[in-house]
Write a protein of this length. Structure first.
Length: 90
């Protein structure tokens, strides 16, 4: 079953020495391989303080995982078939 989590991505900017680290949502296929990530870092906004605290804790856990490099990830297949798409659209 596919899943997602928060991961730190390092983004280097062309023609400069500037880099930026951010927390992104990263999506995995059934084999645990990355097939996508969000284009921009996540936003820390929730409807409750309890929700915000939990969200920040998830983000902090991402600091323990290896850092991924934006634009250098080899994406795998997402394991989604045409039949899966038809089922989710009905």
């Amino acid at each position: 079953m596919s899943h997602w989590n928060h991961r730190v991505l390092k983004k280097a900017f062309e023609d400069t020495d500037e880099v930026q680290y951010g927390v992104y949502e990263v999506f995995y296929n059934d084999a645990g391989e990355i097939y996508a990530h969000t284009n921009t870092p996540i936003e820390l906004a929730c409807e409750t303080m309890e929700g915000l605290r939990e969200y920040i804790e998830w983000c902090l856990k991402s600091l323990d995982d290896p850092i991924l490099e934006y634009g250098k990830i080899k994406f795998a297949s997402d394991d989604i078939t045409d039949e899966d798409i038809k089922l989710t659209r009905t």
